[in-house]
Design a protein around this ligand. Structure first.
Ligand code: SF4
Length: 335
């Protein structure tokens, strides 16, 4: 029988903090790519409920709901449980164990100077840092190394975390035995999708997103309210599509007609109302099959439970194997 990693050369880990439903920004930025990668690589997708607690520790009652909703988002978008191991982070205690072991040789100053931690702490207005929040990069190293991931698709802002994981792997392998696999970051080429307000990237907490489970009418309504080129007050004024969020949706969801849209806008032949209706139609065409798949799974909750339990059991058995290797390397296998 073939062992894992002998069948597919690369192991990919992706995941999402379970803080809310996924939206179109997630789809364009990562989900679409994951759906393709599941056919090429051994793929793990983590529902990061522990990492959700780094910022949502006061509302754990929400996690259960979000885990379920995000799983439905995955399945609807085309993640296939037979191709991809979908698992729940908190049910893999070895990840927590690895986090503790790695934290012995990572200094507080290293974490404090991590640019992503610094900017997120500033954004959240933290005067003092929660231990779990500060240790996020260590916990992420444990996620990546338990399954010996070789590729980790990330956005630019997550690069410092991957670099931290690489330092942990290097240090562990030097200190004990070279058993951990060095991961590589796979930086997405797709620019982040801007939100409906045109001010920041699409984000549920900013209220500027279109959820993957949005209804037909919700998509139309959201687009109606989207910010456009602010200088274009009437159809007869030429517009600047390059500064218009709606145009960036055309580029993301209807690339083949984006040039025609840009021309129509620049030469004042296309009005914003029609432009928005056109992209809403394209987004609804994309979401329609997802809605159908989602409804099928939603109607079978025990099947979704089964998918999560099977994926988590598989991830756990991989984690146990790695943990044993880690203990052996550190010479703390007692019996
Ligand atoms: S026509 Fe389209 S691209 Fe041009 S400003 Fe209006 S919404 Fe934006």
């Amino acid at each position: 029988m073939k062992k894992r990693n002998e069948t597919k050369a690369e192991v990919v880990l992706t995941g999402d903090r379970t803080t809310g439903k996924l939206h179109l920004g997630h789809y364009i930025g990562s989900l679409k790519n994951r759906v393709q990668m599941q056919h090429q690589y051994e793929s793990f997708v983590m529902l990061a409920d522990v990492q959700a607690l780094t910022t949502h520790f006061n509302s754990p009652d929400q996690l259960r709901h979000h885990v379920r909703q995000i799983t439905l988002d995955y399945l609807a978008a085309g993640i296939r449980p037979e191709k991809c191991t979908i698992f729940i982070q908190s049910l893999i205690p070895e990840i927590a164990e690895l986090t503790v072991f790695y934290s012995m040789f990572v200094t507080v100053n290293t974490l404090r100077h991590n640019p992503t931690i610094k900017s997120e702490a500033k954004e959240k207005g933290y005067k003092d840092l929660y231990y779990g929040f500060l240790g996020y990069p260590i916990s992420q190293a444990a996620d990546i190394t338990f399954c010996k991931a070789t590729l980790v698709p990330v956005g630019e802002d997550q690069l410092p975390h991957i670099e931290q994981t690489r330092r942990i792997v290097r240090r562990f392998n030097q200190l004990y035995k070279p058993i951990l696999t060095m991961p590589r970051a796979l930086v997405g080429e797709v620019p982040r999708l801007v939100g409906l307000d045109g001010k920041a990237k699409m984000s549920k907490s900013l209220g500027n997103a279109i959820a993957l489970d949005a209804t037909f009418a919700q998509v139309q309504e959201s687009l109606k309210g989207a910010v456009t080129d602010p200088a274009r007050i009437r159809k007869s004024s030429p517009g600047y599509p390059e500064i218009c969020p709606v145009f960036s949706y055309h580029q993301a969801f209807a690339a083949e007609s984006a040039d025609e849209i840009a021309q129509g806008c620049r030469f004042a032949k296309l009005g914003c109302v029609e432009c928005k209706e056109r992209v809403a139609r394209r987004i609804n065409e994309l979401l329609d099959p997802m809605r159908a798949t989602r409804a099928e799974y939603d109607a079978r909750p025990s099947l979704v439970d089964d998918i999560l339990q099977t994926g988590t059991a598989k991830a756990r058995s991989v984690a146990k194997r790695t943990m044993q290797e880690v203990r052996d390397a550190m010479e703390i296998s007692y019996f």
